[in-house]
Design a protein around this ligand. Structure first.
Ligand code: ZN
Length: 198
């Protein structure tokens, strides 16, 4: 549902994983491996997964060290001898999903190369390709706000051979993820209006 080539991989992994997972299980059955395979995160958003593990010591001590970014080594080009990479940029597609998944955790803005996503940031970089992912996500959020469930299900059905039950489950994952992104962007009143909300 996002439109940049760099986002295509994430679309495929996010919305066809149900059918891919089912096909993998069938392959195992063909070779007589009948063990039950449970994908317990398949129908959860990243925020829901984070909230399930956020009180575990490993998450508390290790979350800040993790990288989600699609280009975490960009800071090394900023100046000679820069050793601040790898670092999450804060505005690519995986970083936006990461930030929306951490909304219930303490402010982690210090961990990003660009901590605030607001209209000033968009205006500054809108002429080049730098924020294509961000613009695509904003366009998707804007379209989501205008769409009903029937249209969203039609888009989800385009991603693979899914059952009616899976489509309903992925619809909920998609809507929850979009609502998390809306909450993330709504931290700025300008952004809130920019995505089509008052
Ligand atoms: Zn990033």
């Amino acid at each position: 549902m996002l439109i940049t080539p760099s986002a295509f991989y994430h679309i495929v992994t996010n919305f066809s994983i149900g059918s891919v997972f089912g096909a993998q299980v069938k392959i195992l059955q063909i070779v007589n491996i009948e063990n039950e395979v449970i994908n317990f995160f398949a129908y959860m958003t990243k925020r829901e997964i984070v909230n399930r593990v956020k009180d575990m010591p490993l998450f508390s001590t290790g979350a800040d060290l993790t990288i989600s970014c699609s280009h975490p080594c960009l800071p090394r080009w900023k100046r000679d001898g820069d050793r601040t990479y790898p670092k999450n940029c804060g505005y690519c597609y995986p970083c936006l999903i990461r930030r929306s998944s951490l909304l219930d955790i303490q402010d982690d803005s210090r961990l990003y190369s660009y901590d605030s996503i607001d209209l000033e940031f968009i205006r500054q970089y809108s002429s080049g390709n730098k924020i294509n992912d961000l613009k695509a996500v904003i366009a998707s959020v804007y379209k989501y706000i205008q769409s009903d469930d029937a249209e969203l299900k039609r888009l989800i059905m385009c991603s693979g051979n899914l059952t009616s039950e899976e489509i309903e489950l992925f619809l909920q994952v998609y809507k929850n993820t979009m609502n998390d992104l809306i909450q993330l962007f709504s931290k700025s009143q300008d952004m809130k209006e920019y995505i089509g909300l008052n």
